[in-house]
Design a protein. Structure first.
Length: 244
């Protein structure tokens, strides 16, 4: 992740380019071309392509707050993914694509949230649990079939996960009597954790993506300088129009 100036942005109906990296929709696949320099402690070039091939593209839009200031779009909860990076990382598997949109900063309206996307026999189950700053709660369980058909389902009971090395509290959902657990740690920060979690939903064992976010920690004035280290700013990048 790199912060860049306005001059490094180009977009049209099918392509978003920021600096030397871009996201392009071909009509059947999302191509993500990456050309960046990693942040400390791994200051190395990250270059290659990630291709996401959805089984279906949904038109689902979920309001995360009553005033619609924050929206979640599960564009492709079920997809195939191909990763080909120059460092020799090359693999294929199942994946997904979603996005959050908002007209206010997340920390202005949320205290915490946990989210999960878990593949099942016919599509995927997406779980969203959040505590808003006004004290209200968001609780959503959504089954989205492989053809993109959505169904709101009754969420299984809440289940605690072990705290992270930064003591970040985490939870997910699981059938009664089942204890979910982290299968692989993917990303760790004082306010955020992303990992693979194994749980059981509606009688089906599943391994899926999970995230936990504490925006009370994120609001700390001590956190912003740390983010500047991990997300470098490069204001001077310009397009070489001779190559276009």
């Amino acid at each position: 992740m790199t912060d860049r100036g306005r001059a490094a942005l180009r977009r049209d109906a099918h392509t978003l380019q920021i600096g030397p990296s871009r996201v392009h929709w071909t009509g059947s696949a999302l191509q993500i071309d990456i050309d960046e320099i990693g942040a400390p402690p791994l200051v190395t070039r990250v270059k290659g392509r990630v291709t996401i091939r959805p089984s279906a593209v949904t038109d689902i839009e979920v309001a995360l707050t009553p005033d619609n200031r924050h929206l979640w779009r599960p564009f492709a909860p079920t997809a195939r993914i191909e990763v080909d990076l120059t460092q020799g990382l090359r693999w294929q598997g199942h994946g997904y694509f979603d996005a959050n949109f908002g007209s206010r900063a997340l920390e202005a309206d949320f205290a915490t949230w946990t989210w999960g996307r878990f593949p099942v026999a016919d599509g995927a189950v997406c779980l969203y649990d959040a505590r808003r700053l006004d004290g209200s709660d968001l609780s959503l369980a959504l089954h989205i079939a492989a053809d993109g058909t959505p169904t709101v389902v009754q969420a299984p009971p809440r289940a605690r996960l072990a705290r992270t090395p930064f003591l970040l509290a985490r939870e997910t959902r699981a059938d009664a009597g089942y204890r979910p657990h982290q299968a692989m740690r993917l990303f760790e920060a004082p306010f955020y954790n992303r990992s693979l979690v194994r749980t059981r939903l509606f009688g089906e064992d599943t391994l899926g993506m999970h995230e936990a976010l504490d925006l009370r920690r994120f609001r700390s004035p001590l956190m912003k300088p740390l983010l500047a280290v991990r997300v470098p700013r490069r204001r001077g990048w310009r397009f070489d129009d001779s190559e276009v």
